[in-house]
Design a protein around this ligand. Sequence first.
Ligand SMILES: [Fe+2]
Length: 258
Amino acid sequence: MTAGARVDVHSHLLPGLDDGAADWDESLALARAAVADGTAELILTPHIYPEVYDNRPETIRALTAEFQRRLDAAGVPLRVRPGSEIFLMPQTAMQWRRGEVVPLGGEGPYVLVEWNMIALPPYVEGVLFDLQAAGAVPVIAHPERYLPVQRRPQWLVPLVERGVWLQITASSLLRPRKDPARRVVEWLVRRGMVHLVGSDAHNAQRPPRLAEAYRVLERLPGGGETLVTVARATAAVLAGERIDLPRPAAPRRRRFWL
Ligand SMILES: [Fe+2]
């Protein structure tokens, strides 16, 4: 992955499925903005949220194919792939087993998940474990935006140690340095805990921009290593293949029972 050929792994550009693009005109305008910013491939991740956004995989895949046809017809050099962003529920692992979820990129083990921003639902850790037991690799969308994570980012360490991935939102890197989301991102970058970067683009107010964020990222402590990890992780997602990435060093714990 080189500059000018970036992959955006999180976006809401499919029209009418969620709180993202409203129609094909907006989808195409956002796609042109992504290309102008240096993005070459983009994964479409409409929300799947029972009773709020009841999106079906076959709808997402069909609309993705239609979007590609429209992009090609309009001469917009962007490859799009299907995906979804799952609002984590107690039954999410069952949804995964039944194929009611579109993996990131369309095939493979990676599944983008989110949950309530304000409070941590009590089932989250258990369902992430259930997903792993079902063969998935959970990817937590924008961990830096969750209030409980902003209070205690250490909560993420054991999850990453056991193979859960983290996807940060590019625009979090463009916030003021004292902003809680930016502080969490910098904390994660220092520890080698960032695996994927996405724009989470929805519309003109939340645009599909990555380039400026990458420029900030490469100058951060740990940024160089993070860019290598993100390139490897992104390639694995696009190939639908599992890879083992470096995990954060586990802090030494005193074994008080010995
Ligand atoms: Fe999103």
